[in-house]
Design a protein. Sequence first.
Lengths: 113, 112
Amino acid sequence: DAGITQSPRHKVTETGTPVTLRCHQTENHRYMYWYRQDPGHGLRLIHYSYGVKDTDKGEVSDGYSVSRSKTEDFLLTLESATSSQTSVYFCAISTEGEGEKLFFGSGTQLSVL
Amino acid sequence: GESVGLHLPTLSVQEGDNSIINCAYSNSASDYFIWYKQESGKGPQFIIDIRSNMDKRQGQRVTVLLNKTVKHLSLQIAATQPGDSAVYFCAENPTGDYKLSFGAGTTVTVRA
């Protein structure tokens, strides 16, 4: 799992509540990513980071924000969760020298009721 | 939107046979392609990758073929085993930076 830990592994929340998902890596990689996975859509990029305090939007960033105050942690926040954000969320890292190759965490199953 | 897709959402294979999983991509500027395997309840796992200056690359029991003329990518698995049952995704790097674009996946089921 390339030293990636996602927490929580499962979460059920209500519409309108804020939710923060955490991705922690132990190997000091520069690039980190958040993807969501939904049936029929594969994996879609939400946000990514190329260093501490350096983040950018992916293709499905609306309704999400991220923060990276330390190299090892990349947080994904749903400011006000909606049912359309029910999904499986994956964090990924890419390693120096193998730029495009992503290594994924085990995922967080989020249900918004 | 997605620029990578797979021809078939499901594939059933007899144990011991070879599997071929296909993927079409639309961005002719993509220079890097990768295959992932995802087992139930787990994150995607790297299988094999290929750059656009190659048309074939082999790994352990797997081969990736790239046909840039028709923008087609395939993954061949030799002597398919029950442990190969999973969802397989192809992905490309359409923008030349460190962001992959994924197809919708093919579910492979291995019959005993």
